[in-house]
Design a protein around this ligand. Structure first.
Ligand SMILES: NC(=O)c1ccc[n+]([C@@H]2O[C@H](COP(=O)([O-])OP(=O)(O)OC[C@H]3O[C@@H](n4cnc5c(N)ncnc54)[C@H](O)[C@@H]3O)[C@@H](O)[C@H]2O)c1
Length: 260
């Protein structure tokens, strides 16, 4: 029996990148998934992976709205229950303290933080009925430290990290595990705009492994943490960053001090 056989997960932000990879992995390992994203057509890729539509459901909606999260839980029930939530939808937010407008700030907080809280609250009753229930949140290395021009995203992802720490203390007695992954720079739609700019190389030089990560490498950890194999991991913050968060940020690992 595979890790996901007979288990149902909700995955938010499933149209592309890390979320899409996570859904693919769950299906490959015998599980079922409710894929949530802003538009239904963005989830059409599921036609290839589950042509008969037996192991997937699509929920089109904004995860910052309670109704979207409730619909996702209902869709999971139609697939046989809810065992895991991969709360992964997110948006960046760039701008200095004085240039970023408050509307954007509110949206960055809503998608990256409020939606996680809404997702957890919507899923709890069903998770309490499930065997080996688990929640995993996609935070970021940007939730562990600050980045120039990314304070709104830093605040939102930092909020998610502290939320899961507190939630783990509350939910442990119900047997519900909650953990977070903190990706470093990953090749996805979110970072497409900088992939052909000098920022790509600037970021690469701060990664001890000397390369960006791929969505599949984050999805592998997300789905591991959400699976029963990770049965004693709870309240953990797991960097998937090629070593970025290991540094003190004083030197780049690919700078002159590392020259052999
Ligand atoms: N790519 C990176 O370098 C990186 C690094 C650290 C953390 N992350 C985090 O990983 C997660 C996944 O991002 P990705 O890199 O796969 O990017 P992505 O842009 O490929 O995927 C994000 C998905 O979330 C969806 N989404 C955004 N707002 C939504 C909303 N309100 N309701 C429903 N869906 C919504 C988007 O439509 C998109 O399909 C995000 O939380 C992101 O912050 C990414």
């Amino acid at each position: 029996m595979s890790d996901w056989s007979g288990r149902v997960a909700i995955v938010t932000g499933a149209a592309s990148g890390i979320g899409r990879s996570a859904v693919k992995r769950i299906l490959t390992q015998g599980g079922s998934a409710v894929a949530v994203d802003l538009s239904a057509s963005a989830l059409d890729w599921l036609d290839q992976d589950d042509p008969a539509g037996r192991r997937t459901r699509r929920v089109a909606g904004d995860v910052t709205e309670e109704a979207t999260n409730v619909r996702a839980v209902e869709a999971a029930a139609a697939l046989g229950g809810l065992h895991a939530m991969l709360l992964n939808a997110g948006i960046p937010g760039m701008g200095t303290l004085e240039s970023l407008d408050m509307t954007t700030f509110d949206r960055v907080l809503a998608v990256n933080l409020r939606a996680v809280v809404l997702g957890v609250r919507a899923g709890l009753p069903a998770l309490r009925e499930a065997s080996a229930p688990s929640i995993v949140v996609t935070a970021s290395v940007s939730g562990l430290g600050g980045d120039p021009g990314m304070w709104a995203y830093n605040a939102a992802k930092g909020g998610v990290v502290k939320f899961l720490r507190a939630a783990a203390l509350e939910l442990g007695r119900d047997g519900i595990r909650i953990n977070a992954v903190c990706p470093g720079p990953i090749h996805t739609e979110m970072t497409r705009a900088v992939q052909n700019s000098p920022i790509h190389e600037e970021l690469r030089r701060h990664i001890p492994l000397g390369r960006w990560g791929e969505a599949e490498e984050v999805a592998a950890v997300l789905t591991f943490l959400a699976s029963p194999i990770a049965s004693f991991i709870n309240g953990a913050i797991v960097p998937v960053d090629g070593g970025v968060s290991a540094g003190s940020a004083q030197f780049t690992p690919w700078g002159p001090l590392s020259d052999r």
